[in-house]
Design a protein around this ligand. Sequence first.
Ligand code: 8DG
Length: 318
Amino acid sequence: MSKLVNVAAGVIRAPDGRFLLGRRAPGTFYPGYWEFPGGKVEGGESPAMALARELHEELGIIVDECWPWLVREHHYEHARVRLHFFEVPRWHGEVNDHVHSELAWALAEESVCEPMLPANGPIFKALRLPRFIGITHAAEIGIEPQLKALEAAFASGLECVQIREPGMNEAALGRFAAEVSARAREHRAIVLINASPQLAQRLGVDGVQLNSRALMQCERRPNLEWVGASCHDREQLERAARLGVDFALLGPVRETTTHPAARGIGWQRFTELASGLPMPIVALGGLGVDDWLAARSAGAHGIAAIRGAWRSAGRYPR
Ligand SMILES: Nc1nc2c([nH]c(=O)n2[C@H]2C[C@H](O)[C@@H](COP(=O)(O)OP(=O)(O)OP(=O)(O)O)O2)c(=O)[nH]1
């Protein structure tokens, strides 16, 4: 069994949303490959401490704020590496690199920095996942008001919608999904449907949000661009991770009127359940845009909401 090496790596953001990549220098392991700046966790350090030290030693910058994000394992020839990815939205100092042969500020939609280290492939997709997912409730507020709310939300920067209309028959759902997709296309927003992959395929939307029952029945990742899974406990989250879904929703963080029987798990429990997983975890349940900072500090990639999504005009986090 090869030894396990813990590594901390940072997604260091510039104000325009680009993040920093470094090209591994000649004479190192995998020379010429691109990586997120960081390095090995040393004895007595937490991964966050190691990240701050490495970014100071390698790049000369000081981390002002960093959030835990994903943890991915990869087997290289020389070792099994556990990569603790952090997002670094605030830092200061001049970037003055000491270790890479080249640096680049990249966008998740571009793949200009090739080749990437093999463990890093899914990271770009995770970085493309929007920070806020609006969930429809047209059955409750009416189809026209929902479409109007959706138009306003897209115009204000909402980038992902989940159609969740358990009471609608398939014909009505087909018509509603077509209306939602037409509006989403104008804004290049992602459309997911709850909860059947076959339905997502038939309706031609971008992906599916598996509910926990569909998740437990799924033998392999459905063949759709985006696959999310709704989870309530660690067992479901681990199954979602094994299935290779792109993200999971975890909640309810707070009690909600839509699910009055479910008690809120709170942010502390959210962090315990969500930590150490290889895909982004999105917090759900009684939340709105005002919870963004609390969600990020708890290790959430973003927030999903039903009611909270449609009263957020102009302030969706990115
Ligand atoms: N920094 C970083 N390392 C990564 C990424 N992806 C990935 O697979 N790795 C792997 C490559 C290496 O096996 C390990 C990092 O080791 P390293 O040798 O660069 O660490 P270090 O800076 O502490 O170097 P050293 O002075 O101890 O030699 O993690 C990534 O995005 N960033």
